[in-house]
Design a protein around this ligand. Sequence first.
Ligand SMILES: Cc1cc2nc3c(=O)[nH]c(=O)nc-3n(C[C@H](O)[C@H](O)[C@H](O)COP(=O)(O)OP(=O)(O)OC[C@H]3O[C@@H](n4cnc5c(N)ncnc54)[C@H](O)[C@@H]3O)c2cc1C
Length: 147
Amino acid sequence: MPARLAEVHHAHEEEIEFHTLTNPVEFIGDEDGYLVAMRCIRMELGEPDESGRRRPVPIEGSEFETPVDTVIIAIGNASNKIIADTTPDLEVDARDRIIADLETGQTSKKGVFAGGDVVTGAATVILAMGAGKRAATAINEYLMGEG
Ligand SMILES: Cc1cc2nc3c(=O)[nH]c(=O)nc-3n(C[C@H](O)[C@H](O)[C@H](O)COP(=O)(O)OP(=O)(O)OC[C@H]3O[C@@H](n4cnc5c(N)ncnc54)[C@H](O)[C@@H]3O)c2cc1C
């Protein structure tokens, strides 16, 4: 669980139930398309991978359904692929992170600036705010130059 101990503690305090080693595989709707259940599968820890982390592997035949009416998928920090798919002249790296000048936020596309997690990968609020401030200065200079 990639979270700080204090975060786990607070979640327990708020009576959040953890179902570790459980993976959702399907959302099930009723005849009107409203969500009614989620099918999950139990996992177990397999052999360690190259990083030494034991990868979870599904336990065959362990699927079960649990009733739900709302699901929030809150996993991972990957970039939205829509950027790379819709803006071919905006340079991105192998993980679809926008390539931008770290001092100005200028990207490969004229007049387009970027900063924060979509440039650095998962980082912190303070770093994203810093990038925003530097980009604001650079955008101002860019607009003055254009005018
Ligand atoms: C669980 C968790 C805990 C964290 N805890 C901390 C912490 O304690 N301290 C800390 O400093 N940092 C923490 N972070 C990291 C921090 O949240 C990020 O580094 C920071 O939010 C990055 O800011 P950002 O503006 O770059 O991106 P975001 O905050 O992710 O903002 C990007 C915005 O763009 C929107 N967006 C995406 N695609 C599109 C699109 N196509 N069109 C329009 N809008 C779009 C998104 O909806 C989102 O609102 C945490 C992150 C997570 C996930």
